[in-house]
Design a protein. Structure first.
Length: 468
């Protein structure tokens, strides 16, 4: 509990020391007397944001310091000890707000972080503001209130660990299923690519060879005409090169009979003659082999078009296309099956589901016991607050699905809400639908009072709790 509060140079406060006793302490005064400033100072000790305008005029820094007696708050003492701030029955928290921006936090004299202060502060003080009663209009808060009252937060924490494991396993399974789906899509793509390339039966350099063949097929008549003309010039017509060459051979032989000193012999001319004759016959045979084949030209053009599509799709050259085929085949060979892992994970999920469902069921059973006690405790308190005929209920809804299973979430399997009947004969209905501002304030005060008996927070601060 909070036993002492020291404030210096904070807002309009020069210096103030307040000592608190166990039980109810009341701070009263006229509007503007500084009551809210004290609440603001306490908020700093819980980790609230600090700004330079909180510092008293003409001062360099503001200091808020508090002494807490934490005997009996074993969970808090364990947390403080684990964070390295000692293990005693007293806890000193100090917050320094500097105009230069170099703000500091001290816990038991040790420099600490703001996050450490916030982690400890939530177990030190609970501030119930004048609009706090609006919180209980949200049914989401009702489970938290019931668990705090019933001392079930540790129980719920254990359930949450099991639930988080269960959810994590399911997320892993979904990830594997998605990976498998994408893998199957990838496998389909790879198989298509391999089939498309291998199905064409292409070979290295085929496109170049076909391009040459196409050039010949397109120009076949020109080739026949040129070859025939060359043959005729060399051999086929009168006055051909070979006819004239025969005369030249005879003339050289006659010269050699008279003058053997001529370097050119008839045999050399004979060799030239036969070479030209061979060339003429080659041209003749070449022209005979050529013929225009439109079917072959069409086939070559279609094949070149197919190879062109593959080159555009897989890398620009036939070598790149063939490399793509090899890479796809290798990737297909390296893809491993996930079925075994998924089967094992599915079994683990089923086992974890049983555990988390049992934990949720046990937690729900404890909540129903706590709900009966909370109902009686709140009913007793609100009767002292001018609501003698009111009935307070904790209603558990049946939220099973079509399979008879109850959905699980971070807090368990319960869907519960606080109901109120303010007058005799009225049916109890949800708080958010029927309670007036004054009734909500009374219920909030009653809840805070009963929670103070069982909760882990040693000090509750009510700021204008009578609002409404």
């Amino acid at each position: 509990m909070l036993t002492e509060l020291n404030i210096r140079n904070f807002a309009i406060i020069d210096e103030m020391r307040v000592a608190f006793a166990g039980g109810l302490n009341v701070i009263s005064g006229e509007t503007g007397a500084g009551k809210s400033i004290i609440i603001g100072a306490v908020g700093l000790l819980l980790g609230d944001r600090a700004t330079a305008d909180m510092i008293r005029s003409f001062s360099d820094e503001a200091v808020v310091e508090a002494l807490f007696y934490i005997r009996g708050q074993e969970e808090l003492r364990r947390k403080v000890c684990e964070m390295g701030f000692g293990d005693g029955e007293e806890l000193v928290v100090r917050r320094v707000v500097s105009r230069s921006g170099r703000n500091r936090v001290y816990i038991n004299g040790t420099l600490a972080t703001l996050s450490s202060l916030a982690a400890i502060g939530e177990s030190l003080i609970n501030i119930c503001g004048q609009h706090e009663h609006q919180m209980i209009l949200n049914p989401e808060s009702h489970t938290d209130i019931l668990d705090e009252f019933g001392g079930l937060l540790t129980f719920r924490s254990a359930y949450r660990e099991s639930y988080d494991r269960y959810r994590s396993l399911n997320e892993r399974l979904r990830a594997l299923q998605e990976f498998r789906r994408k893998r199957e899509e990838r496998e389909d793509l790879l198989r298509f690519q391999v089939g498309e390339i291998s199905g064409t039966g292409i070979g290295a350099g085929e496109d170049a060879a076909l391009a040459e063949e196409k050039k010949i097929l397109v120009n076949v008549q020109k080739l026949i005409d040129f070859a025939t003309a060359a043959y005729e010039s060399l051999y086929g017509k009168s006055g051909s090169v070979l006819t004239e060459l025969r005369g030249a051979v005879s003339a050289v032989k006659e010269i050699r009979k008279i003058d053997a000193g001529l370097k050119l012999t008839g045999e050399e001319l004979d060799e030239l003659y036969y070479r030209i004759e061979d060339a003429a016959f080659t041209l003749r045979d070449y022209a005979k082999r050529l013929s225009f084949d439109p079917a072959r030209l069409e086939a070559v053009e279609e094949r070149l078009e197919l190879l062109g599509r593959l080159k555009r799709k897989y890398g620009g050259t036939l070598d790149a296309v063939l490399r793509k085929q090899a890479e796809a085949e290798e990737e297909l060979a390296n893809i491993s099956s996930l079925e075994e892992e998924m089967e094992s994970l599915t079994k683990t999920i089923a086992q974890e589901k049983e555990r988390v469902a049992k934990a949720a069921g046990d937690l729900s059973a404890e909540r129903r016991k706590a709900a009966a006690a909370l109902k009686a405790a709140v009913k007793a308190e609100i009767r002292t607050l001018g609501m003698e005929n009111a009935q307070f209920e904790v209603v558990f809804r049946d939220c099973r699905d079509g399979k008879g299973e109850t959905p699980l979430n971070e807090k368990g399997s319960d869907d519960l809400e606080f109901y109120l009947s303010a007058n005799v004969g009225e049916e109890a209905k949800p708080l958010k639908g029927i309670a007036s501002g004054g009734e909500l304030s009374r219920i909030m005060l009653a809840l805070k009072k009963v929670l103070a008996r069982t909760g882990s927070v040693g000090t509750i601060v009510f700021d204008e709790v009578d609002s409404g």
